[in-house]
Design a protein around this ligand. Structure first.
Ligand code: ARG
Length: 570
């Protein structure tokens, strides 16, 4: 496809002293409305360098762009506005989408490079809550987006399957649990035991010592401790995998914290050799005062390891195993300090790749009125949230389209989509308050709205074909019939897809894709309401259908990137 920005930048750069094509490219903007052109150069940004008024610059450049793709150029109040040839523009974009199909918007920028993403990473024996959902969905979207950009992406679930909480759980299980209850209730029962431990330990602090004792035994390889631990892990994994199936998420590695048991010792030794480890009242830590951070604890008094110890071992292991270009960690911003410390430690150890470790933090999720603290036990379980979303969607479908064949399947796709999209629709760093009304609104800026718009495009194509096929009935179209503002508005949006995916990949920000999809859906719905598609005039009908098909392809590609399914009938 013609890269218009590049084309214009290439034509202008030779006339702008001291600026290369790349620099001009960075200055070009898409004007807020088409009356101001398709691309625009704000010349006031150049007036200092060129020592000329913005208007003089714009005037001098006006005659410099002549190309068959450019209809005219205007100089208005210091802006150089470029108007593209509409017919060529529409034809170029739509043919490109139709020809590329499932790969429209992709690129090979990342080919030959590996990116490792550590995401989801729930804690064993604690329920999977909506905080983990955000990590799961952001990580999954980044996986699809980066792959679409050509990278090899490795998905790692750094399960929280090691740590003092297992000591607590073992103590609680032995005192108040039963095999039968754990087998029957699964994580629910493990959570009950965990909460009970904390309740009891409030008045009987010696329980904490007992728990620490058990964790130490576990780390030393005690058979009974190991047997119980393994069982708790299996029970939890079974439930997590149900959720991953529902969400359509999978992993390339489940190497969790316990995977590093035998890989921590060498790291500790290395820290010692490099004089980074200091003893402090029996425990071992890395001082980070010089970097305005509290020390990072690496070994407790009793010699047991910590979250940091395992993460240090994991980073080294991942570099050795995957030779990554970048290693990404997706967690809540509550862990900002942890990762700043970790990355600094890797740097102090002398690893030049420490600069390639990237924390991708996100804001907290709250559900009106509910708390997410595990210790208190009143957490919002993701499974409940998802099943409610599916049930509510099922009701909406029942009202909207009672004749639909596979209601359950569609309710699952749209219900889950609503939750996922809601998590990905604002900048990841923002805290979000979850609201049912907002997430499930078929007319708002939601997952269901975009999925529904995609299904609407499919439905038009089916009607045109008189069958269940959503292929384009005829090849070839006359782009000169797509010059009205609604149709061009759609084409303009479609053109931006690749650029948006690129931005989302660079900023590791899936919301750029989600918001873009809402823009495409809105542009399409305007076109759909203003321009009848299945008209008698065969040429007009063919041209409009080509645009519908291009929209359907783009929406489907985009929805897949953020992990949503794309039912053809809703
Ligand atoms: N299990 C942790 C939690 O639930 C997240 C782990 C993130 N990954 C890591 N390598 N530290 O908070």
């Amino acid at each position: 496809m013609i890269d218009y920005k590049k084309l214009i930048a290439g034509a202008l750069a030779p006339h702008l002293q001291g600026l290369d094509e790349e620099a001009v490219l960075g200055l070009l903007e898409y004007p807020p409305n088409p009356e101001m052109g398709d691309l625009s150069l704000p010349c006031f940004k150049l007036s200092k360098t060129l020592r000329q008024s913005p208007q003089a610059i714009a005037d001098s450049l006006k005659e410099k762009v002549s190309h068959e793709s450019v209809e005219r150029v205007e100089s208005v109040s210091g802006y150089l506005n470029v108007y593209l040839d509409k017919k060529r523009y529409a034809e170029n974009i739509i043919s490109e989408v139709l020809e590329s199909g499932a790969s429209y918007g992709s690129s090979s920028d990342g080919s030959g490079k590996t990116i490792v993403i550590d995401f989801s990473s729930p804690n064993i024996a604690k329920p999977f809550h909506i905080g983990h959902l955000r990590s799961t969905m952001i990580g999954n979207a980044l996986y699809h987006i980066l792959r679409f950009r050509g990278f090899d992406v490795v998905r790692i679930n750094h399960l929280g399957d090691w740590g003092t909480q297992f000591g607590k759980l073992i103590v609680a299980y032995q005192k108040w649990g039963s095999e039968k209850a754990v087998e029957e209730e699964g994580i629910e029962e493990l959570l009950r035991l965990y909460v009970k431990f904390h309740d009891e330990a409030d008045s009987a602090p010696e329980l904490e010592d007992e728990a620490r004792g058990w964790f130490t035994r576990l780390e030393k390889g005690d058979e009974e401790a190991h047997r119980l631990w393994k069982w708790f892990v299996e029970i939890s994994l079974k439930e997590f995998s149900k959720i991953y199936d529902l969400l359509g998420v999978s992993f390339d590695s489940y190497a969790g914290e316990s995977f590093y048991i035998d890989k921590m010792e060498p790291v500790i030794r290395e820290l010692k050799d490099k004089n980074l480890l200091v003893e402090d009242q029996g425990s071992q830590l890395v001082r980070l005062d010089d970097y305005n951070m509290p020390p990072a604890l690496m070994l407790k008094k009793d010699g047991s390891s910590l979250y940091h110890t395992r993460d240090a071992a994991a980073a080294v292991y991942r570099k050795e195993t995957y030779n990554f270009e970048k290693a990404i960690y997706v967690t809540s911003y509550a862990q900002n300090l942890h990762f700043q410390q970790l990355f600094k430690i890797m740097e102090l150890m002398g690893y030049e790749w420490a600069k390639d470790l990237v924390h991708v933090p996100f804001g907290q999720v709250s559900l009106e009125g509910a708390s997410l603290s595990t210790r208190k036990g009143n957490v919002v379980k993701l499974e409940d949230l998802l099943s409610q979303a599916i049930a509510k969607t099922r009701e909406i479908i029942e009202q909207k389209n009672p004749a639909m064949e596979n209601k359950d399947e569609v309710a699952r796709q749209v219900g889950v989509g609503a939750i996922v999209f809601n998590d990905l629709s604002s900048n990841r760093i923002k805290d979000i308050v979850f609201s049912w009304e907002e997430a499930l609104n078929f007319d708002g800026e939601t997952g269901p709205y975009v999925q529904y718009t995609h299904a609407r495009a499919c439905s038009v194509l089916r009607k045109a074909n008189g069958s269940d096929s959503i292929e384009l009935p005829a090849k070839g179209f006359d782009a000169s019939l797509l010059l009205d503002s609604a149709a061009l508005g759609v084409a303009r949006e479609l053109y931006l897809f690749g650029e948006k995916v690129g931005q989302a990949a660079d900023k590791l920000e899936p919301s750029i894709v989600s918001r873009y999809l809402v823009d495409v859906a809105q542009a399409f719905n305007r076109f759909y309401h203003e321009c009848p598609i299945l008209v008698d005039d065969q040429a007009l009908r063919g041209a409009r259908l080509a645009l519908v098909k291009a929209v359907q392809i783009t929406l489907r590609n985009g929805l897949k990137l953020i992990g949503l399914e794309t039912p053809e009938k809703i």
